[in-house]
Design a protein. Structure first.
Length: 56
């Protein structure tokens, strides 16, 4: 199941640079994951200070 970023996101950007397929980008109020491109590696979840990336 692909990851998505919850409303807990504080827009720190830690996840974006960790994504090996570059499917994370800045949204209006938080970062967003292109779920079609996500390879479910969990790299984003491993670096997030607030545990915002979650598997669907």
């Amino acid at each position: 199941m692909a990851y998505h970023i919850t409303e807990d996101c504080i827009s720190c950007g830690a996840c974006e640079s960790e994504c090996p397929v570059s499917c994370i980008s800045a949204g209006d109020n938080s970062y967003v994951i292109d779920e079609d491109a996500c390879i479910e590696c969990g790299a984003c979840a491993n670096v997030c200070p607030v545990d915002a990336p979650k598997q669907k």
